[in-house]
Design a protein around this ligand. Structure first.
Ligand SMILES: NC(=O)c1ccc[n+]([C@@H]2O[C@H](COP(=O)([O-])OP(=O)(O)OC[C@H]3O[C@@H](n4cnc5c(N)ncnc54)[C@H](OP(=O)(O)O)[C@@H]3O)[C@@H](O)[C@H]2O)c1
Length: 229
């Protein structure tokens, strides 16, 4: 069993992750500690999973390095300086994604294709999240905009009720409008994905990993399965 520390364990994501780990014994993960702000953790672990705060994410990274454990950071709105620091990592396997959902990653690939196909069309990206969300626009919206080279002034946001996360790209031409929408229906979309990524990450050599690396692994695995049929 690979040992997991959840940083921000009492939060929405932390609790969902703990539930999924408990319900999926085939992933071979067990929680050995749940950390909140200001707590010291001395337990050995194989991976630290962080969904907390900007400060919490940096503490999780430091803790993982001390324990020589892998580290998955899902906290959003991290400062540039820390993002650069993470990219340089070579001591532990470190994964960072402002959106850990594979479905959202593939949605980004679709947006790239659509932007190429409808080149010359006006584009705008809109995101909707729950009223408790602290950052805006969402880390995902920024990442999607970057992927399709859309200036940030073309990204709008809305905070509404308990919406988990919706992203809509509108492409507007002279005679038509195309809308591509991704809507998260359950927070478990992110929690389940984070748990699967953590199970993969603990087996990787030291270095910095993103959704692109994980998606490549998934695509290769499904190709292998197809070939073996
Ligand atoms: N990458 C993704 O796919 C993805 C998906 C969903 C959410 N997120 C991001 O994940 C983060 C957490 O989201 P959430 O909805 O779970 O928020 P949340 O419900 O507010 O949970 C955050 C938890 O972290 C704790 N925390 C705050 N500072 C900490 C520190 N220094 N060390 C350890 N724990 C600390 C909080 O404790 P207190 O309540 O006591 O402050 C709380 O228990 C946000 O940045 C969110 O945008 C990312």
């Amino acid at each position: 069993m690979k040992k997991v520390i959840i940083n921000g364990g009492n939060g929405r994501m932390g609790q969902a992750i703990a539930r999924i780990i408990a319900n999926q014994p085939q992933l071979d993960l067990e929680i050995v500690a749940v950390r909140e702000e200001g707590q010291d953790v001395h337990t050995q672990a194989d991976v630290v999973i962080d969904f907390s705060s900007v400060q919490g994410a940096q503490e999780a990274f430091t803790l993982a390095r001390e324990l020589k454990a892998a580290c998955l950071i899902g906290t959003t709105n991290l400062p540039e300086r820390f993002l650069f620091q993470m990219q340089e990592e070579h001591k532990i396997p470190l994964f960072y994604a402002p959106n850990v959902s594979l479905g959202v990653y593939f949605f980004g690939e679709l947006l790239k294709q659509a932007s190429r196909m409808y080149s010359g069309y006006e584009r705008a990206l809109h995101e909707i999240h729950h009223i408790h969300k602290k950052d805006a626009p969402s880390g995902t919206a920024k990442k999607l905009a970057e992927a399709i080279e859309l200036p940030l002034k073309k990204v709008s946001y809305e905070r509404f009720g308990e919406t988990i996360g919706t992203h809509i790209l509108t492409l507007s031409g002279p005679y038509e409008q195309i809308m591509l929408k991704h809507e998260a229906l359950d927070r478990d979309l992110f929690a389940a994905s984070a748990v699967h990524i953590a199970a993969w990450l603990v087996k990787q050599p030291a270095g910095f990993y993103t959704m692109q690396d994980y998606a490549q692994f998934i695509l290769k695995s499904s190709k292998k399965k197809e070939n073996n049929l």
